[in-house]
Design a binder for this molecule. Structure first.
Ligand code: 6R9
Length: 660
């Protein structure tokens, strides 16, 4: 542990912290010239990322921009993601190394070596084939963080069937919509999982979903709960472990997939209630996540690495499953929550497994900070070498707490900005190269170009706030929205004619990230948060519309607006609800609202607090002033309220929020 006074001096000094020497000496990337090299040799330099993978056939072109913004990467190349994440490590003499280490909710543990992973991926791939899954068929996966989830993902990838993972916290209704939209005819789910120690039925949510789907769906059910819940396998369902037994020892040749073939589909929230089916291509995606896992997370095959996200979201896809496994690392899977059975659960797991690299969300860090340093202090965390955060802006205070109390002042922190749509990390320091500035994510990665622009698309000055945009394509980028090319262009892209600064050589299109940001004189990007109606709840992305439309479905509710509160972990959705005249906001209405949101969206989105009001604060143009509601929810100063049509409502809301 670093000397305390030295650490304090470093943290109190100018807000710029150099990476600790000991880290730099062993880091995967240490040459500052890497930025220049990428610049000089773009886009060919991206071959470095692709070279981390084994290809069945070499690509002809690194980038094809002919049909921009439908960019194509490593065109003509062929590879298989499952082969890259599993077989090649077995072939390279590392079959006995742990690939997955799972920590279950009730403190059960399971370890899969690369050989074990190889066996089960092959057996399940054979089972999927037998069930009729063909190359190109979309397989929906609806499971909590159990080993069978990454195994099913890799089995799909092996036979060229794109997966569509739906977060287990989403409702049956949300699952049904996603199955219907993607015309997916196969579902792999499980009987249930534990929530705070109680058995929770997932299969019944999946059954609800299937009732609303018009086509036939064949499902496979994993027995997760044993005797804790009756394991139901009925009708068109098959039992996962029976299928494995039937295909024991089967070997399935990995299918050579075109670099541009769909690896997976991931539904994410947008500004409207309609989920967007983000498509990721096999070659570019895998290259970018492997490269960033190596250069940013600094992973090596010897590492035990833990990303505490849920595999049901992009962070889990890219940095629990594909990135770390492509590099042959040991990746941890954690099913539980950070405070069960106690608030030192995370640190207990880090110590027991000697975790080298830990990656989590600011909302979790703020909860750790609130619980107090005594919890990490109970454990020996000296195995840690690097820390990361993702999902939302991290405030400098939480950053410094993480640096000091978890990293012991000896681990760099990478604050990684990226999105479901970017596939992999985009803006972050390189931990072996760059100084860190708490609160600022860092410069765009080598090969990535960002710009902060005003509403007209012109770049703003240093340190001025604007819209974050990306001015060149990148390998892991979203290829389109499933079945909706038009919406893809509309949502994200500005045409070169309207983008005054764009370089035309790569098609000239500019990607609009939907975030507010500022860039300082060193090129460091500080992300301010979403500028659209998208919330980040407990690290998960959620459209306000999805929740609000579910609330206003309740009889007696006139209008609703949801925001996220101070974020001390767990669901922190704060709902403001105005009622119809004659209806008062009572306990019964509260319960109905919570029940509706749980049913329509999922339990993670259920409001933790509901404030009833006579009216919502609106601007003169009739827009709900969400920023104000957010400040009230967080107990922050309200700022300028002069744009309000009904300023008198503010006092009432503050009062009601205090009482609730
Ligand atoms: C990976 C992921 C994307 C949105 C993104 C932004 C926010 C992510 C951030 C960050 C500030 C960071 N975000 N990382 N904001 N600093 N380091 O989270 O994907 O669920 O699609 O969310 O998350 O607002 O636009 P996704």
């Amino acid at each position: 542990m670093t000397d305390r006074s030295d650490l304090e001096a470093r943290l109190d000094g100018p807000d710029r912290i150099a990476p600790p020497d000991e880290f730099v000496q062993q880091a995967n990337v240490t040459d500052p010239n890497i930025y220049h090299e990428f610049e000089q040799n773009w886009p060919e330099v991206w071959e470095r990322a692709a070279d981390l993978l084994d290809w069945d056939s070499e690509w002809d072109d690194v980038l094809v921009a002919e049909d921009a913004p439908f960019y194509e990467w490593f065109v003509g190349g062929e590879l298989n993601a499952s082969y890259n994440c599993v077989d090649r490590h077995v072939e390279n003499g590392r079959k006995n190394q742990a690939a997955l280490k799972w920590e279950g909710k009730l403190s059960e543990t399971r370890t899969y070596t690369y050989q074990d992973l190889y066996r089960e991926v092959n057996e399940f791939a054979a089972a999927l084939r037998e069930l009729g899954v063909e190359e190109g068929d979309i397989v929906t996966l609806y499971m909590p963080v159990v080993p069978e989830l990454p195994i099913a993902m890799l089995a799909c990838a092996r036979i060229g069937a794109p997966h569509s993972v739906v977060f287990a916290g989403l409702s049956g209704k949300a699952l049904g919509t996603r199955i219907e939209r993607s015309a997916s005819e196969f579902l792999v789910t499980c009987d249930g999982y534990y929530r705070r120690g109680n058995a929770f039925n997932l299969k019944s949510k999946a059954d609800d979903a299937l009732l609303k789907v018009d086509h036939d769906v064949t499902s496979v059910v994993v027995d997760r709960l044993g005797d804790a819940l009756p394991h139901v396998v009925d009708g068109d369902s098959r039992d996962y472990h029976d299928l494995l037994a039937e295909h024991a020892g089967a070997v399935v040749e990995p299918v050579a997939r075109d670099a541009e073939d769909l690896l997976f589909l991931m539904y994410t929230s947008g500004t409207t209630g309609e989920p967007k089916g983000v498509e990721h291509a096999t070659g570019g995606y895998l290259a970018q996540v492997a490269w960033t896992a190596q250069s940013v997370l600094d992973l090596t095959p010897e590492d035990t690495y833990w990303c505490s996200a849920d595999i049901g979201w992009i962070t889990g896809h890219s940095y629990i499953v594909y990135g770390p496994l492509a590099l042959g690392t040991t990746t941890m899977l954690y099913e539980g929550s950070p405070d069960y059975p106690d608030r030192d659960r995370i640190w207990e797991i880090v110590e027991r497994n000697a975790v080298d690299v830990f990656y989590t969300a600011p909302t979790a860090i703020r909860a750790f900070m609130k619980w107090g340093a005594e919890y990490p202090e109970r454990h020996d965390l000296s195995s840690l070498r690097l820390l990361g955060t993702v999902g939302e802006p991290i405030n400098p205070r939480a950053w410094k707490w993480y640096y000091e109390h978890v990293g012991g002042g000896e681990c760099p922190i990478v604050d990684t900005w990226w999105q479901t749509e970017t596939g992999g990390m985009m803006v972050t320091t390189l931990p072996g190269v760059d100084d860190m500035k708490p609160g600022s994510a860092g410069p765009p990665l080598p090969g990535i170009d960002t710009e902060v622009v005003d509403a007209a698309g012109a770049p703003v000055e240093d340190d001025a706030a604007g819209y974050l945009s990306i001015t060149r394509p990148w390998p892991g980028m979203v290829r389109t929205l499933h079945g909706d090319d038009e919406r893809f262009i509309e949502e994200y892209w500005t045409h070169p004619d309207e983008a005054p600064t764009s370089d035309q050589s790569d098609g000239g299109w500019r990607y609009d990230a939907g975030d507010g940001a500022m860039i300082d004189e060193d090129g460091y990007v500080t992300v301010l948060g979403r500028i659209d109606d998208v919330l980040s709840v407990d690290g998960h992305r959620l459209g306000t519309m999805e929740v609000e439309s579910s609330i206003v479905d309740v009889e007696g509710v006139a209008e609703a607006a949801v925001v996220v509160g101070a974020g001390a972990g767990g669901s922190d959705v704060f709902a403001y609800v105005s009622t119809e005249s004659g209806r008062t906001g009572d306990q019964d209405l509260r319960e109905q609202i919570v029940g509706n949101v749980e049913r329509d969206v999922g339990e993670f989105a259920a409001p933790a607090r509901i404030v009833f009001t006579t009216e919502l604060p609106k601007t003169r143009s009739g827009k709900i002033m969400r920023r104000l509601l957010e400040s009230i929810a967080r107990g922050e100063p309200l700022g300028d309220t002069s744009a309000l049509r009904n300023p008198e409502i503010v006092g009432e809301l503050k009062e009601a929020a205090r009482e609730d």
